[in-house]
Design a protein around this ligand. Structure first.
Ligand SMILES: C[S@@+](CC[C@H](N)C(=O)[O-])C[C@H]1O[C@@H](n2cnc3c(N)ncnc32)[C@H](O)[C@@H]1O
Ligand code: SF4
Ligand code: SF4
Length: 434
């Protein structure tokens, strides 16, 4: 059993170290504001709470009964690993501010402000002492993420945090997660961050502000434009995060957002499926493959790494298949990834391209037809290797519920049909699931 708590660190604005930012926010592991007065970060990582986590996970037990069962970070099938013991932290997550300028409908921010002890704006000196203790202790730190249960850019000295990180760990990747209702130059203009993830759930004020209460979508779009304009050598990367709610999931708005993202020049627009109240009924984990993607640099969060209990399929590529691929001038298809998500949800990502237009892609396992999909995503990486296929959407995604029994016949087939319903090709992929 494993969990990322033994290679990450989550510090709240008041100095509390919590058991990550999901359900584990109910468990306090330490408090840097108090503990660092006469101890080091290394001492803190050896305290009773951390030892309990180690003993539990290495013994195949969850550390906190009633908590870990609900936490997104538990990995039942992953082998135990303790990077903290090797002085390696992959991510330090910092909450510079618990305060916020918005009132999003499902956020626990208001409640936390009432319940969590102050300060609700982190003292930059506290953060400095964390970094210096880590550095003195010989810890490696790969990345810092500024995000908690408030709005990081509400901190009037936000840039100081990023400058301090740069001073102690110049190579750590710095990511800030924000609602973007700010003036870019005033908040991030002087902050050496590498990535900005901007939550902008909608393109129009009427749909956007139904969730992001008090937010102004024009301000957020301007914030992203200014961030892109201020980029030097591709930094900071700008990621537009669009959570799919019932108020912003019309096809028209989703397509218009993709156009806007391209106009602004963001690096990625990611459509995110949520399970919270008001979530989109149209696009769930099961149906996200039908979300139309018409621009490059657009993606969704239906990524297996976010889930516990995912089974990966590996495609066996036979010699005959490689030879046939080389000979195939008119059409080709590949599967990039096949996974079984929790609740027996089969998810396939791949690409199909042809010199004729592809009207439908039929997906089967053994002789059982599972369903149909369409190529919807642009794939410049494929075009670079196979120039015979003109610029056309090639990437496809497919998801469906599958019975365990069907997985025994694990040859996946991808058939391509043109507009005249003529089969252009059939590609078979022997697949083994872990
Ligand atoms: C509490 S917010 C703090 C950062 C910042 N204030 C923001 O909203 O982006 C942390 C993360 O939760 C996300 N979030 C907010 N409401 C959500 C919801 N209903 N479902 C999924 N994620 C949500 C935000 O987009 C953000 O990435
Ligand atoms: S799974 Fe348990 S130990 Fe791991 S982060 Fe969540 S609450 Fe903490
Ligand atoms: S902007 Fe972020 S922190 Fe603020 S209320 Fe919305 S989700 Fe919560």
């Amino acid at each position: 059993m494993n969990c990322e708590i033994l290679h990450t660190l989550y510090i709240k604005s008041n100095g509390e170290v919590l058991c990550n930012d999901d359900y584990g926010e109910r468990v306090t592991l330490a408090n840097v504001s108090i503990d660092l007065q006469n101890a080091t970060m290394q001492d803190l990582f050896s305290n009773q709470a951390y030892q309990h986590i180690r003993e539990s996970l290495s013994g195949g037990q969850i550390p906190w009964e009633g908590v870990c069962e609900h936490c997104a970070f538990i990995r039942h099938d992953e082998p135990y690993a303790d990077l903290l013991a090797q002085k390696h932290i992959t991510k330090l997550q910092l909450e510079p501010s618990l305060l916020c300028n918005l009132n999003c409908r499902c956020c626990s921010n208001d409640l936390q402000i009432q319940q969590r002890e102050k300060p609700h704006l982190m003292d930059p000196e506290t953060y400095g002492s964390v970094l210096s203790s880590l550095k003195d202790g010989g810890f490696r730190l790969d990345s810092v993420e500024y995000c908690g249960q408030g709005e990081p850019l509400m901190h009037p000295q936000f840039a100081e945090f990023a400058v301090a990180t740069k001073k102690y760990y110049p190579h750590a990747w710095q990511r800030v997660i924000t609602n973007g209702n700010f003036t870019y130059q005033k908040t991030l203009g002087q902050a050496p961050v590498d990535e900005i993830m901007v939550a902008c759930d909608g393109l129009h004020q009427e749909s956007y502000s139904q969730y992001r209460v008090k937010g102004k979508v024009e301000k957020v779009l301007q914030f992203m434009s200014d961030a892109v304009a201020a980029r030097k050598k591709g930094r900071p990367q700008v990621i537009w995060k669009y959570i799919l709610f019932e108020f912003n999931d019309s096809e028209k708005e989703i397509l218009a957002a993709q156009d806007k993202a391209q106009d602004i020049g963001v690096d990625t627009l990611v459509f995110v499926v949520t399970h919270s109240e008001y979530h989109s009924q149209k696009y769930t984990m099961e149906s996200i493959a039908s979300l139309p993607i018409v621009s490059p640099k657009v993606t969704t969060n239906a990524h297996p790494s976010f889930f516990d209990g995912v089974r990966y399929g590996s495609i066996k590529k036979t010699l005959a298949r490689s030879v046939l691929d080389k000979l195939s001038k008119k059409c080709l298809a590949r599967i990039d990834e096949v996974v079984i998500m929790p609740e027996d949800l089969l998810q396939i990502r791949g690409w199909a391209a042809a010199t004729d237009e592809i009207e439908r892609i039929v997906v089967s396992i053994g002789d059982k037809v599972l369903g149909e999909t369409l190529p919807m995503d642009l794939r410049p990486d494929v075009e670079a290797v196979f120039p015979q296929f003109t610029r056309q959407p090639m990437g496809f995604r497919f998801s469906t519920k599958i019975e365990q029994e069907a997985l025994k016949k694990s040859v996946l087939s991808i058939e391509l049909y043109n507009q005249r319903n003529k089969r252009m090709g059939c590609f078979r992929f022997p697949c083994v699931f872990n």
